[in-house]
Design a protein. Sequence first.
Lengths: 523, 297
Amino acid sequence: MKTLNIRIIITLIVIAFSIYFIYPTIQYYTLSDAQKEFMPKEKLRELKKKSINLGLDLQGGMYLVLHVETPKNANLNEKNDIVERTTFVIKNRIDNLGIAEPIVQKIGSERIMVQLPGVLDRERAREIIGRTAQLEFRLLAEPQILEATINRIDRYLSGENDTIRDTTKIDTLLKNKPFSSLLVNYGGDLAISEELIDSVKKILNREDIKNLIPKGYSFFFGNLESAGNIKFRKLFLLRDKADLTGAYLINAVATVGGDQFNPNAPVVSLEFNPRGAMIFANITSSNVGKRLAIVLDSFVYSAPQIREAILGGRAQITGIQSMQEAKDLANILKAGALPAPVRILEERSVGPTLGKDSIEKGTKSIIFGYLFVLIFMMFYYRLGGLITVTIQALNFLIILAILSILGATLTLPGMAGLILTVGFAIDANVLIFERMREEMRNGKDFISAIEYGYKNASRAIWDTKILHFLAALVLTFFGSGPIKGFAVILAIGVATSLFTAVFVSRLIFDILVYKFNVKYIPI
Amino acid sequence: MGWIDLFANANYDFMGKRRIFYVIYILLIIFSIFVIFLKGINFGIDFTGGNLVQISTKNSDISKVRSALLQLNLKDVSVQNFGQEKDYIIRYSSEIDAQIVVNKLKEILNDEIILQRAEKVGPTIGSELRRQALILSIIAIGLILFYIWIRFDFYFGLGTILALIIDVIMVLGLYSLFQLEFSTITVAAILTIIGYDVNDSVIIADRIREFLKKYEGLKIESSKLIEIYNKGINSTLSRTIITSLSTLIVVVALLLFGGPVLYGFSFILFWGIIFGTLSSIFIVSAIALDLKIRKKV
């Protein structure tokens, strides 16, 4: 056996490499929280990078697939550019949140995948990611124009009601003022209570009603506000032309401030670049006394009166409910508006308890699966069975090492894949042992039975492994996260199984026979 | 030799009785298709779109949860026990966030409720996944047919693919019978089975070809062919069964300890492996034999 030493060296090298690559994973996952705290951030990140990632189904977290709603008339290049910029903005927004190891990735042509490990406030995460954050400053219509418009709508609608008077009983107020009766005056502005908002929207969205609104103006709703138990939105008539947008913003900070009535309200202070400051100065100086609305994603946050020209390029968003919201808003505005709105196509969130539970279940399955095979193989192939199943422990090691190198993710189906791989790997040993038994039945001694057993079984082994690999390969194209983790492990497992179940098991037999002069191993 | 050698001297006349097995198989297929049409496949939200919420409660039983859910007016709502006794999976198709549902349940049931998992799949993703699953299954089956065809012969290839399709239909029949949820992980199991199902067929085919080599160029009578096929099956019977058992035993561990998330997956693998072993003998070899006999005569 000239090649024996070379084979021993190859095996040892593989083991050494596997241990080398798996070591960071062991190191990382055995660190206590206190140790993590103590470690330099840089070093911890380095370690994490080198170790196997746990899938969101195991560590808990949020997985999102977003669709970027690019304009229909954009060409392919433009679309691509929009999606890329959107990905970039979302990445920036998430980076400011301080979540460990978030992933934001463009997938396909117009989708973005976001993974947020550990995040539990789903609503907040969705808000931060999905909010377009289109900031605009628009002048309000003069009060006379607003009044005239409302009256026109009232007259139009009551004329319409005349025609249906016979069938419905409408009281006079509603008959004469069908639109304005839905509105109330709140601090000089029009307001609509929450339950009536839908009816107002329905009226304002009618094509014939839109014709009654003066050219160059549109209705906008305010933020949801509350007074006592009543929730309401204000209604504004704003100019269509946005005078200044968030594109000129250079900074946004959450602080407290607000107006004289509410000095401790959370606000977001905005700072514009020189060009933005100039535009702002122009608007404010030529419109003193008028009101300027701060509109975010088509909702009016506030509409203060311009008292004097503002020259420093600073402004404030008020009307924010909480400091948390102010902080998130500042973060979003700083990261910039999304170049196109996004829609959530798929969301999967797993809580940390369920994740821990899954890790436990996966580990248990692996341990018991391994024990079951061990007992079964020891029973049927005695010492030979014991040796081959023991070698399969090496299979785990090598697969995990390869996962570390690839920076792959271990999921619950992946854990199932690990133990299945061992089950599939043992197939090869069964084929070999059966051949060996056959050779011995035909009168060969143990040593030549090894030789012929391995040789004759190899064809069937390759056939089955190639077929497994084909199926696993096809599966890697299917679906998302967890399933891919399974398919990748299955595919890697085919290769590693050939090494452990054929190469290494043969090596162990040869070592026993040629180095230790063992004449027979019960199989 | 061999210490326990269950099938060392096996000599069963599988091929002589193949017509009986055809009949049994045809009945099983009809039954499976009947079940699938009658009970349908319980597609999960991965394929239909909608919401799935997994919750843990302290002391609410399923009827309480169900009546509480009815008050919420959710569309297509269903609730089922999941894993632990007081853990539930709720599915619905309304556009309401999981957290809101959980908050309302907390109020109505006056119980501690933990949101364990929330999934929401839009209809686009669902139809995409359905198409993807179908296309990939066809590609996998095609690749396997191609491999067996060039490695062995077309007859074995055809027999293998027919057996594969039959096995998948039967597994799906059982899946439908128990109304387990069909999700992406189920598809993963089916594709794995497609790769594994042919294992035993390949081992048998390999052996039969070895025996047939002696007769290369000669005309073989059909009784001789039957004998050769039987010999091929019997001499590989031990490895066919033991390889399946060694894998099956791992799957049993997954069934026992893998928890509810992996249950459907393990279920498919379990029955798939069993059906695969049986069909390698009763379908693949038998059909290859019949095709061969027809060609020779």
